[in-house]
Ligand binder design. Sequence first.
Ligand SMILES: *Cc1c(COP(=O)(O)O)cnc(C)c1O
Length: 349
Amino acid sequence: MSVEGLIDISSDTSTRPTKGMYDAMVRAKVGDEQKRADPTVNALCERVAEILGKEAAVFLPSGVMCNLIGILLQCDRGDVVITDKMAHVLTMEGGSPAAIGGVMMHSLPGDRGIFSGVDVEAAISTSPKKNVARTGLISIEQTSNRGGGSIWPLETIREISQVAVKYGVPMHMDGARLMNASVASGVLPRDYAAEFNTTWIDLSKGLGCPVGAVFAGPGDLIEEAWRWKHRLGGAMRQAGVLAAAGLYALDNHIDRLAEDHDNARKLAAGLDNIPGVTSKWGIPDSNMVFLDVKDSKLSASQWAEELLKQGVSIGIESDNELRAVTHLDVNSEGIDIVLNTMSAICSGA
Ligand SMILES: *Cc1c(COP(=O)(O)O)cnc(C)c1O
């Protein structure tokens, strides 16, 4: 249940554990996670490795740590990571790839966060010269957050992985919303993941858990990931209470992501009736709607302020843009309320 009365579409991180999830957390069998003796964490890791078709997986506190460890495992200091200019790892992780990994980022001007095999081939360093920085990793984000929840087509990913194989560069997938992509496209998570050396899923986004992410890859890399987990302070103790939430979410909260996508489409379509407000990316692929408000009477922050007074929390992306993300604590009636509230603000403004 959300905070009383508030409709919070600012992020899919704003969910509260459901009753069923809390019950599963309370019943969890626990042990010392960093001694690999927490049975619930071990079960979660096995399950995620299976879903992603990888040899092994490790439980981490956050997606940010998953992206960082993906870089630390596969890049040397001074290497270049190729990613989209809007990628979370580049724009929203405190510069951790540089601060901790010592890598440089080469950002590509993708279309809604999505670039092509041709783009990668042009960006990759092929020179054996020691004065040329080496390409260490190609990182893509499924779905692209700031691309409006856009879904990478499997063919595009395969084109890129062919380039990666040709030049011997590893591939990493930020799968914060991989399950959204899979539910919306019908492509299995393991089929996306097969094109990548390392990947991860977030439990605390649309899956509705309070904390956690699971990083997966080949067994030897996951062993090395354990070293970074300890070094970065990501090794935990009785983390089974969190893993139990993850297992519950994998059983109960994947198929229902389709509802979130329906609600996001309903919100985007409903903006047609709000003067001066449009959906930046049209009808969304998944659970995100970016609202362009520049032709309305209010700025993004004024919109957010007025909406909050009426019990709706929405994200501010920039001066002229709001971001709405649907999730399991917002139903179809909630979207009606959001749209009606926006109409009312327009008539009053
Ligand atoms: C939220 C997010 C992350 C980081 O995940 P946390 O679990 O919040 O650390 C990484 N990538 C994308 C695309 C995200 O949306």
